[in-house]
Ligand binder design. Structure first.
Ligand SMILES: [Zn+2]
Length: 269
C-alpha cells in the first residue's frame, strides 16, 4: 500500500519537519567545497558548510575540494581543512590522471591522513578519461588492496565509460557510483547486482526526481544505496527531504541515511 508521509504522525518526515533534524546520524558521502567558476555559491567555505551540517544533523560530510579536483590544491592541504573541523569533515583524496607522480606520492601518504582521508575521488569524464584507462590503474589497485571507498562520478553515459568492466577488475575496492549513473538506472542496477558485492549507488541529484529512489530500492535493495548531496551544489534539507518523502519503508530510509555506511566504515571514523 502506498505510504503518505502526512498520514503518519510519527513518521520520520514529521520528526524532521518538527525538530529540524532526525534522531539518528546522517552521513553525506558526496560533497565539495570552495568557489566554482560555473556557479555562484553563497556558502561554500569550510566554516559556513560545517555550520550547515550541524543545523541539518549531518555527522560527517565526505568531500573533495573543487580546487583539488581542478589540480590547484594538494590533497595534503585538504587534510589541513579537515583538521580544522575534525568532528565533521572527512575527505576523498582527489585522483587526477594527468598527475601520475602526485598520485603515487599522495597515496604513499594516505595512511598518515587517517582518519580524515577515507577514500579516493575519481571524475573520469571531467579529466578526459575513461575509468578503464591505464592512468587510473595505480590508484584503483591501491583501493583494491586496501578495500577502501572510491567515489566515481557517473552520469547517463556510464555504459560507455568502462565502469562495469572496472568494478569487476577490482573486486575488493568499494565503489560508490555518484549520481547512480543518472538516467541509466538499469545499468546502475547491473553494476550493483552483477558485481562482487563491492558497489553502492550514491544518491546525489536523484532526490529531486520523483519515483527514482523507489525504483532504485526495488532494483538493488536499500542496503546498496548511500546518501549524498554534492553540497554546496545541492542542499542537505532538499536531499534528506527527498529520501524521507520517497515511498519506501522507514528501514529503507535508515539504511540509506546511515546504516549502510556504518556497516561499511563503522560508527567511529
Ligand atoms: Zn560531485
Amino acid at each position: 500500500m502506498k505510504r503518505s508521509i502526512w498520514e503518519k504522525e510519527n513518521s520520520l518526515a514529521a520528526a524532521m519537519w518538527n525538530n529540524g533534524k532526525l534522531d539518528f546520524p546522517v552521513y553525506d558521502m558526496h560533497g565539495h567545497m570552495g568557489p566554482h567558476n560555473a556557479i555562484c555559491f553563497k556558502h561554500c567555505s569550510a566554516e559556513d558548510m560545517v555550520a550547515h551540517l550541524k543545523r541539518a544533523g549531518i555527522k560527517h560530510l565526505v568531500f573533495s575540494h573543487h580546487a583539488n579536483l581542478l589540480g590547484f590544491m594538494k590533497n595534503e592541504s585538504v587534510v589541513e581543512i579537515c583538521k580544522e573541523h575534525p568532528d565533521f569533515l572527512r575527505m576523498y583524496a582527489g585522483i587526477i590522471p594527468q598527475q601520475q607522480e602526485t598520485i603515487k606520492s599522495d597515496l604513499a601518504m594516505f595512511d598518515k591522513w587517517s582518519p580524515y582521508a577515507v577514500g579516493l575521488k575519481i571524475l573520469p569524464i571531467y579529466h578526459n578519461h575513461k575509468l578503464e584507462d591505464k592512468e587510473y590503474e595505480y590508484a584503483l589497485s591501491f583501493a583494491n588492496e586496501r578495500k577502501i571507498p572510491v567515489l566515481i562520478h557517473t552520469w547517463g553515459n556510464a555504459p560507455e565509460c568502462g565502469i562495469y568492466e572496472t568494478i569487476c577488475k577490482y573486486p575488493d575496492a568499494k565503489f560508490f557510483l555518484a549520481h547512480c549513473c543518472f538516467g541509466a538506472w538499469d545499468y546502475a542496477a547491473r553494476c550493483v547486482n552483477e558485481s562482487n558485492g563491492n558497489v553502492w549507488l550514491e544518491l546525489t541529484a536523484v532526490p529531486g526526481e520523483r519515483g527514482i529512489i523507489e525504483k532504485l530500492v526495488e532494483m538493488v535493495g536499500s542496503e546498496k544505496i548511500l546518501f549524498g548531496t554534492d553540497l554546496p551544489w545541492f542542499d542537505e534539507y532538499q536531499a534528506i527531504g527527498g529520501v524521507l518523502s520517497a515511498d519506501i519503508t522507514e528501514d529503507d530510509i535508515k539504511n540509506i541515511l546511515y546504516r549502510n555506511i556504518e556497516k561499511l566504515l563503522g560508527t567511529d571514523w
